[in-house]
Write a protein that binds this ligand. Structure first.
Ligand SMILES: O=C(O)c1cc(C(=O)O)c2c(n1)C(=O)C(=O)c1cc(C(=O)O)[nH]c1-2
Length: 233
């Protein structure tokens, strides 16, 4: 489809600047994460966090598959498929979901009680469902934009590994494989996703929708931690 240049469109630099400005609303500044990084969470709180975040981890490949299903661009579908394989693993027993379950096991949660989601609170389920529905129902490039919180995630994950090892000595490094592995992937995936959004959101309307999508995603993550914070300590 030929593009008519939009005179109101932001330059790549301005657009990127507007997206990056949303880092102020990222969940790194949520009080629950701040308590986690300061070593103030009880074992019960860490377990509630891991069991609830499982819901998010489990939804990611479905969210990414929804973006693929909506996307008419083969090069983007090929790139995006790597995300599904990353989380589900190339074979059974591998991948991000399995690494998350290993972290849960190290925190004292059985596989069965995580996978059946008995500990997942309604606010987390609502937030995660909203994220998957967003990817299913919005244009594919706007779905990609909603995942751009990954631009902010690398720094937070690196700090998480250091802070968790320092403050919760009963958790060993092997249990944190999800994060130690994910840090590298997020850096590369983040660059790919930013480039896709900057390239495919060309009109001012699309750019504004992409910024709103990233804002929505900040709300999804923040709401998850609000709901997790209300779990018994
Ligand atoms: O630990 C974190 O703080 C964190 C944050 C995010 C994020 O910002 O959405 C993701 C992840 N981790 C993550 O591990 C991950 O696989 C991931 C995928 C996505 C996404 O929206 O597609 N976000 C994130």
């Amino acid at each position: 489809m030929p593009h008519t240049p939009d005179s109101r469109a932001l330059s790549r630099e301005e657009f990127l600047e507007r997206l990056r400005a949303l880092s102020a609303r990222y969940w790194s500044s949520h009080p629950f994460h701040q308590r986690m990084h300061a070593g103030d969470l009880s074992r019960a709180e860490l377990r509630a966090w891991a069991a609830n975040r499982w819901c998010y981890q489990d939804a990611l490949p479905r969210k990414d598959a929804a973006i693929i299903a909506n996307c008419p661009v083969p090069e983007v579908r090929r790139l995006w498929l790597e995300r599904v394989v990353y989380h589900d693993g190339a074979v059974s027993g591998e991948g991000g979901r399995e690494d998350w379950l290993r972290l849960c096991a190290a925190l004292g949660l059985s596989r069965a009680e995580v996978v059946d989601e008995r500990h997942v609170v309604p606010g987390v389920r609502f937030a995660v469902d909203a994220y998957v529905t967003f990817a299913r129902t919005r244009p594919w490039e706007i779905g990609v934009a909603s995942g751009l919180t990954e631009m902010f995630a690398g720094h937070l994950m690196r700090r998480r590994v250091t802070d968790v090892l320092a403050h919760y000595p009963w958790i060993d490094r092997a249990a944190l494989a999800y994060f130690t592995t994910r840090v590298e992937a997020v850096r590369d995936e983040g660059k790919v996703a930013v480039d896709i959004v900057l390239t495919h959101c060309r009109t001012r309307e699309q750019q504004d929708e992409a910024i709103a999508a990233l804002s929505f995603k900040c709300d999804v993550l923040w709401s998850m931690l609000d709901a997790i914070s209300a779990c018994p300590r």
